[in-house]
Design a protein. Sequence first.
Length: 321
Amino acid sequence: MEGPRLLDQLRLAIRRRNYSVRTEKAYVLWARAYIRFHQRRHPRDLGIEHLTEFLNYLANERKVAAATQNQALSAILFLYKQVLGIELPWLTGVDRARAPVRLPVVLTRAEVRAILAQLDGIPWLAGNLLYGAGLRVLECVSLRIKDVDFRYRQILVRDGKGQKDRVTIFPDAIREPLERHLATVKTIHERDLAVGFGRAPLPFSLKTKYQNADREWGWQFVFPSPVRATDPESGIDHRYHLSPKTLQEAVKHAVRKAGIVKPASCHTFRHCFATHLLESGYDIRTVQELLGHSDVKTTMIYTHVLNRGGKGVRSPLDFAG
């Protein structure tokens, strides 16, 4: 039967490997869903055919996206290998959800400026970082003070997608606005400290090693939440980072106000960052490193959406006459 012991073991195994909080929540959710799908039988009593049945159910009945099915598979394989010590043979007979092949939405430079012009305050500053540094939305809102290097004009992205660190560029255009913003954030932090708060949540591996680091200025978030929240496990009041939904809603509203008909979102700024750098003549390997892609093939998708018309080919109609 499903019980807190198994899920607690799963959480502990995840934390030992320094996976993100989001990964922990997702893995626990899928482990619970897998157990409930099989009438609360213990995973130790289930085999490869039961996992195949669950994955087929996700693909054929739930109609989940390929990425969702892959996440469920990763979670359950992690449960078996890292918690139960069971190696499952390679899956066969699984109906894999199909990943649609789509080109990324890319805006012109004028369209990017039009959207940013509709933002103000913190969303404006964060939006400029999404586009100016090629950040993902969660990478942006979870930036720490210590990872923004004004002197060397670079931003260090910690634990990006795939738990990879990378260095990306710091846009000089927002240097002064960001400095003013951080001065305000520091005032908030000092007020929190004065009343016995001022703690930012730390990665799991650092919570015990550096017990007072969560009060240090460098570990605070560049975009802190406007309110404090209590950690349900530790009971400590933290000031977390700004919710990604806050920024996503602000950008969505700005896109409408700017009259942009393309389905643009926060992630579109990252696509524009890559495409506009390639249009400016930067080599694809440099762009790959700035984006943090493991394979240059992932970055090459942006060569198909450069501002050259359909594959850079002129229409025969333009030669008429």
